[in-house]
Ligand binder design. Structure first.
Ligand SMILES: Cc1cc2nc3c(=O)[nH]c(=O)nc-3n(C[C@H](O)[C@H](O)[C@H](O)COP(=O)(O)OP(=O)(O)OC[C@H]3O[C@@H](n4cnc5c(N)ncnc54)[C@H](O)[C@@H]3O)c2cc1C
Ligand code: SF4
Ligand code: SF4
Length: 1016
């Protein structure tokens, strides 16, 4: 359906936000975190409350179906449709008020739950329901899905915490849904007006008077129910209650009538929420976790009722499948230390399932006592850090399950069933039997305390067999759940996956009551049509579906996915972790909050291209635009739970795109900067004058498209380290121990621009007793790859490998370097460049290190440190993003960021790793004129404010270490106390200087300076 031009014209006149009707925008909003895909008719992004109102009013006038949307993390397909999307997440994100006295918050629908919780935490409060997606889920979506989470036995559902909502009704009128009567009946004045509101009140009255019996009789026996509408809250009525809930349940006075709970779980089908007032609960003062190990998932579930007797605040199931997959994802593997059992017993060393049992309260001693009683606990997590590690693995369970590169994947459709907790073990055994009968298994995890397990059977939905299994498993599980007194949807909603089960769940009469409400609220069916009622079959509108064929080009890079490039593109399952505002992933989204600039947005467009083919020029151009703004920071490679590697996809796409498009001159300069630097370095004084004089600097910037605001890096002239005219051996200087030889990989910045870094690296290696052999090619080819010059990068890689072979002579020497992108390019990207030399590449990758990583493995660094026991001061450290993304090493010793931290720590420094993501420079990205603003926006997100605050902070705080509390920017001198900022990336150091005026140094210089005696 296309949108009428009159509607668009009128909307554009009244709207201050964005109206986007282009194909790329429609693709971006055609998926959520479900298995479905439906293209919307268009997307509007309201900037103000008036915009939102105008959009609904005009939609009512022209009978245009609309779909209010938040982060689009729904799992059942309710956030997509053939409707006009109203994206409330971008601008409508005001936390209007937090009232600590009444324990309430008033927020706009686009407020991210984690942000609300962070603001409420200042008053010791939090929003009770805690969906695992809180770091990106918006309050509009949380309420409209009736979301809840691990603590549902304590806090119930979102319906129990919504106090009032301002809404736009389907006719465009504004209304407030709250407690509208404290009498049992609706007052006749309220019915008289003939408005949409009066129609709704009339329906509500009718339901309460004529359908109460059906509701009491036919509603599922469980309180944890998100299917259909919350008509039971109108009575109010619930057969069961959350086991730790205090007071009446639902918490509605029996003689009052409350409209607002109807919005919970309504999936945008009753009204558009523009503002809401929610209840906040006191944050527990203390929590403790006890982890129990079990031989099977069913056995763990059997134990849940016993554990509930101890009064825990949560019991969560984590199966072995998730633990094993988590170990393979860098960001999670780092947090897995707690899953170390006692190897003396098989079960503890390798459990099939874990139950994480949480207790909360005011007295730590009482909590410890409670944990002690529950049984033979594998781990007790008491500190925040220990507990976060456990929760992070649990919360990422769903994504982690989907991380292996294969065509058959865990599919969400029976992932939200709930049964009475006493029947959970029996239920699991039955579902396992059903899955086995279909020749598959599934990931099973989550809320054991509430009888809700997220079960995702592994199916290949590109094949008829997989699609058929989707239907039959769903039917069989529905029958099982109904027999068990449960419900198909207990927090994730109905959407497309479960819409068709509503009538079968509730029976005809209660469903009629729901339809009555829907008709009254939305007689023209413009609010998210096809959801809850008249939903399409659950096996229709699949993203892939039987016969799905990707038309990808023959890739220049090797993708070690089951289906190569297509498999790598399809790895994204849309969970939207890349929409979070913490960590590294995804800086371009964090800075702009644009769906199209998230990793998911990029993957969605690429997936569409893989169906349409590169011949679709318009789509290819849209993808170019979004990939052009990908900083290739590698945040996604470590933080995306599905392991999407967008930088590699970017290199591949750019390589293909530029076969038919002209490159900018600048790309050659940046991609081949190692070559340009080799030519310019000998004439450094002349080149530097040219690069610093105003007119010539501007000329260079204009001709090449470089940001005029940037200072160009200057050449140092001669490399300080001796002998770079070819393959050279830097002779061991002869200290205490001769440790052997090491191969050094130089890079363009440390070699031609900041040679003191390279010099420090080599001096450290020599001081530790190494003979340093230097590879004559500069860099591993990272800059070529980053610009999509894949063939040139491959040639360069061949040369580097050739040199390594020659220098190594079969000895298996380690290869070390100081610039993270170059070192990690050799370590990780050569597999994609040279699949034919896989064994050799893998062997070299295993012994390729940053200098800091290497020295921690090669020698006892602390033995070489001058005055090892003296604290030399504290340091603020901004790691290069690629270093942050580095996985834990197989040998268990520090790698990536941790290696630099440890090396500095051994040298006597206290290291404060900046809690910020990407600096925004990302190699040459920030130099490019059209990227400058985004680059600075990324820096301003966290890094710049933090660094700008450092001077005054340290000036205010008397130094713990005496000497020199303040870093002198003019002299860039370090002293004791707070000694300054270090950063491992050359580009990061430039960006820090440009954005904050702070002179950051390379940590290796500090390490070198800390070595005792004269360094060679
Ligand atoms: C990895 C993962 C883990 C998850 N874990 C949980 C969990 O533990 N518990 C849980 O309950 N859910 C969970 N979810 C599901 C989902 O994240 C939550 O339900 C979340 O609250 C949805 O928020 P959203 O902003 O993404 O909403 P969206 O997906 O954008 O929208 C959800 C529904 O709300 C409607 N809506 C949005 N805004 C408005 C508005 N202003 N007015 C009216 N209707 C509106 C939409 O039309 C849609 O029907 C998980 C999802 C993922 C991918
Ligand atoms: S890119 Fe990763 S984090 Fe983002 S939606 Fe896709 S799978 Fe999730
Ligand atoms: S590489 Fe960085 S900018 Fe690009 S998609 Fe991944 S997280 Fe986002």
């Amino acid at each position: 359906m296309s949108l009428p031009s009159e509607f668009i014209n009128e909307l554009t006149k009244r709207f201050t936000g964005d109206v986007r009707l282009d194909p790329a925008s429609r693709i971006l909003y055609s998926t959520d975190a479900s298995i479905y895909q439906i293209k919307p008719t268009g997307v509007v992004i309201p900037k103000t409350q008036d915009d939102l109102h105008a959009a609904v009013e005009l939609a009512a006038k022209y009978a245009i179906p609309i779909l209010p949307r938040g982060a689009g993390t729904s799992l059942a397909g309710q956030a997509i449709g053939n409707s006009l999307i109203l994206d409330c997440s971008r601008w409508l994100d005001d936390i209007i008020e937090i009232d600590p006295d009444s324990h309430t918050a008033t927020v706009e629908p686009g407020v991210v739950l984690a942000d609300l919780n962070a603001a409420a935490a200042k008053f010791g409060l939090t929003f009770g329901p805690d969906p695992a997606s809180a770091e990106r889920a918006t309050m509009g979506g949380v309420i409209a899905n009736n979301a809840t989470g691990a603590h549902s036995i304590l806090y119930g559902m979102s319906a129990d915490h919504l106090l009032e909502a301002d809404v736009v009704l389907s006719d465009g009128s504004l209304d407030r849904w709250g407690v509208i009567s404290d009498q049992f009946s609706v007052n006749s004045d309220q019915l008289a007006a003939g408005s949409r509101r009066s129609a709704i009140l009339s329906a509500v009255k009718d339901i309460r008077e004529n359908y109460a019996e059906a509701i009491r009789r036919d509603y599922p026996k469980t309180w944890r129910n998100s299917a259909g509408y919350r008509l039971n809250y109108l009575l109010p009525f619930s057969q069961t209650r959350p086991s730790r809930w205090e007071g009446n349940y639902p918490n509605i006075h029996p003689s009052s009538l409350s409209l607002h709970p109807l919005l919970a779980g309504s999936e945008g089908t009753l009204a558009v929420i523009r503002r809401m007032k929610v209840n906040l609960v006191p944050k527990p003062k203390h929590t403790i976790l006890g982890v129990l190990a079990y031989r099977s998932i069913a056995e763990a579930c059997d134990d849940a009722p016993r554990l509930l007797e101890f009064g825990p605040s949560a019991i969560e199931l984590i199966p072995r499948m998730i633990l094993e997959l988590a170990r393979s994802i860098p960001a999670y593997a780092r947090q897995m230390g707690w899953v170390v059992g006692d190897p003396s017993t098989g079960l503890r060393a390798s459990p099939s399932a874990l139950l994480v049992v949480e207790f909360s309260g005011d007295q730590p001693s009482a909590l410890r006592e409670a944990v002690r009683k529950i049984g033979d606990v594998l781990v007790v997590a008491e500190s925040d850090e220990e507990q976060n590690r456990v929760w992070n693995i649990r919360k990422m369970g769903l994504g982690i399950l989907d991380s292996s590169p294969r065509a058959a994947r865990p599919v969400a459709f029976i992932e939200d069933c709930v049964v009475p907790v006493e029947r959970l073990g029996e239920y699991v055994r039955e579902v396992e039997r059903i899955m086995a009968a279909h020749g598959t298994e599934g990931g099973i995890y989550a809320h054991a305390s509430a009888g809700c397990l997220h079960i995702r059977p592994i199916l290949d939905l590109r094949k008829g067999e997989g699609v058929r299994a989707l239907r039959t498993i769903s039917e069989q599980v529905f029958a099982l759940v109904t027999r068990s007194g449960g419900a198909m949807s207990s927090e994730h909603g109905d959407g497309i996956a479960r819409g068709e089960y509503i009538e079968r769940t509730y029976g005809r009469e209660a469903t009629d009551a729901m339809r009555l409400l829907k008709r009254a609220a939305d007689p023209h069916n413009i609010l998210n049509p096809g959801k809850l009622f008249d939903a399409p079959p659950m096996d229709s509108h699949l993203r892939s579906g039987d016969g799905y064929q990707a038309k990808v080009w023959k890739s220049a890079l090797y993708f070690d996915h089951e289906r190569g490039l297509a498999g790598a593109i399809e790895q994204c399952n849309g969970q939207g972790v890349c929409r979070k505002m913490t960590g590294v992933m995804c800086p371009s989204f964090q800075a702009t909050r644009e769906e199209g600039l998230s990793t998911r947005g990029r993957a969605n467009l690429l997936r569409e291209l893989s169906k349409a083919g590169m011949e679709n020029g318009e789509l290819a151009n849209s993808i170019f635009s979004t990939l052009d703004l990908c900083l290739a920071c590698k945040g996604c490679t470590s933080e995306c739970p599905s392991g999407v590697d967008m930088p590699r996809l970017k290199y591949e796409f750019m390589n293909q795109y530029y076969k038919t498009h002209r490159r900018r001159l600048r790309d050659y300069l940046f991609g081949y900067f190692h070559v340009a630097a080799r030519w310019l370095s000998p004439i450094a004084p002349l080149a530097n004058i040219f690069m610093t004089m105003n007119w010539s600097r501007r000329l260079i910037a204009r001709v090449l498209g470089i940001a005029e605001e940037r200072t160009l890096p200057l050449f140092a002239g001669k490399a300080r380290v001796r002998g770079y005219t070819g393959r050279q051996v830097d002779r061991y200087a002869g200290r205490q121990v001769y440790r052997g030889e090491v191969i050094f990989l130089s890079d363009v910045f440390s070699h031609y621009i900041e040679p003191e870094v390279e010099e420090a690296a080599i001096q450290i290696l020599r001081a530790l007793g190494y003979e340093v052999k230097v590879i004559s090619c500069v860099g591993a080819g990272a800059s070529l790859l980053s610009k999509g010059f894949i063939e040139a990068a491959r040639d360069h890689a061949e040369k580097v490998l050739g040199e390594i072979q020659a220098l190594d002579g079969g000895a298996g020497l380690s290869v070390v370097g100081c610039e993270p992108p170059e070192v990690y390019c050799l370590k990780h990207e050569y597999r994609a460049l040279l699949p034919g030399r896989r064994a050799e590449v893998e062997a070299i990758a295993k012994r390729t290190w940053l200098v800091e990583e290497f020295v921690l493995r090669a020698a006892n660094l602390d033995e070489y440190i001058h005055q090892p026991n003296n604290t030399k001061g504290s340091i603020t450290f901004q790691p290069h993003c690629h270093q942050r993304a580095e996985a834990p090493a197989a040998d268990g010793l520090p790698s990536g960021t941790n290696a630099t931290v440890e090396a500095l720590r051994l040298c006597g420094y206290e290291v404060d790793v900046v809690d910020a993501g990407c600096c925004g420079m990302a190699g040459t990205f920030g130099f490019e004129a059209e990227h400058y603003d985004l680059s600075m926006q990324v820096g301003e997100l966290k890094l710049f404010p933090l660094l700008k605050g450092l001077d005054s902070e340290s000036a205010k705080t008397p130094s713990a270490f005496g000497a020199s509390p303040k870093f002198d920017r003019n002299t860039a001198e370090f002293g004791g106390g707070w000694v300054g900022v270090v950063s491992t990336g050359a580009a990061c150091r430039m960006q820090i200087r440009h954005g904050t005026g702070v002179e950051a140094r390379h940590p290796l210089i500090l390490v070198r300076d800390a070595l005792s005696g004269t360094v060679p």
